[in-house]
Ligand binder design. Structure first.
Ligand SMILES: [Zn+2]
Length: 306
């Protein structure tokens, strides 16, 4: 809690400088965020030691949970820190009116490919469902690394994602690593780019060992192949521009995918029965699904009828 006027001024100055970074340069994160964090941590370390005098800015204060929020990566953008819910689901507005430039990296060593495997499934609509990340081939037990510096927000088991880790980064992004065989980090743990978060695997809804890797900004998914050259294993650019259009394409694709309707084949189903049921024709069904009228309908197959 705020104890005196000095701290109030200090915290106002701090948030003002963070805000100024966002508003004036339309960029934030990267080592600046890290430096603020480390600077504050050092201040406390000094304060706790009896020998050295505390810096005036942080004198006469005690540690508090609210204070610690200041240290969370990109807290000024997210205003949340939930170590249980992977995503809160559309409650966060990115409110982007102009282009927002995220400074992804400054040096050659402050970013890393999560795993070297090649792309087995890309981002976007997939069989009527949305795929909000990319799938990268790996062997169970291969190390999976943090893409950037940041702090682990989620480390848990999830029915869909299996063992999953989410890292909040100082550059404003969050990255998600799913289907791990083993998690090696805990929520709240600081990680650097390239630090091993866990081992690759095949847990959750997964068919074969692979890494499902997502990149998000305020929960909104971003195609990881726009950020990383997945084949070369390098960053595409040291910055990434977010604007309205960044999420428009995926929103359109999602709406399109949701407009599609599927019938799941049950025992005794025929194409003509399905067509009758949904007021369409056999030839329309065949065209939508790229199949022949004579095709055999396996039980459980999803037949698109709209
Ligand atoms: Zn995937």
């Amino acid at each position: 809690m705020i104890k005196n006027g000095t701290l109030l001024v200090a915290s106002l100055l701090l948030s003002a400088s963070v805000l100024a970074q966002v508003v004036d340069t339309a960029a934030y994160g990267g080592p600046e965020g890290n430096e603020i964090y480390e600077a504050l941590i050092e201040s406390y370390t000094v304060e706790e030691g009896a020998d050295a005098p505390a810096p005036a800015m942080f004198s006469d204060r005690t540690w508090d949970l609210n204070d610690s929020l200041t240290f969370l990566p990109s807290y000024e953008v997210y205003r949340t820190w939930n170590t249980d819910a992977i995503f809160l689901g559309g409650t966060q507005s990115h409110g982007i009116t102009d282009t927002l430039r995220l400074q992804l990296a400054h040096e050659d060593c402050d970013h890393a490919m999560p795993c070297p495997g090649h792309l087995t499934s890309g981002y976007g609509p997939r069989k009527g469902r949305m795929h909000y990340g990319v799938d990268l081939k790996l062997e169970t037990g291969d190390p999976v690394k943090s893409a950037f510096d940041g702090m682990v927000r989620i480390s848990k088991y999830n029915r869909t994602f299996g063992h999953v880790v989410v890292v909040r980064h100082y550059n404003g992004l969050e990255t998600l690593y799913a289907h791990l065989s083993e998690r090696m980090v805990e929520p709240g743990q600081e990680v650097h780019a390239g630090d091993v978060l866990g081992l690759g695997g095949n847990t959750g809804r997964s068919y074969g060992s692979h890494l499902h890797f997502e990149v998000r900004f305020l929960e909104q998914p971003i195609d990881p192949s726009l950020v990383f050259d997945l084949e070369k294993g390098t960053l595409k650019a040291k910055h990434f521009d977010i604007h309205k259009g960044t999420f428009a394409a995926i929103a359109a694709a999602k709406a399109e995918a949701q407009a599609r309707k599927y019938h799941v084949v049950r025992r005794g189903d025929t194409l003509s029965a399905i067509a009758r049921r949904y007021g369409t024709s056999v030839s329309a069904l065949c065209k939508l699904n790229g199949m022949k009228q004579s095709a055999i309908l396996p039980l459980g197959k999803r037949i698109r009828y709209r």
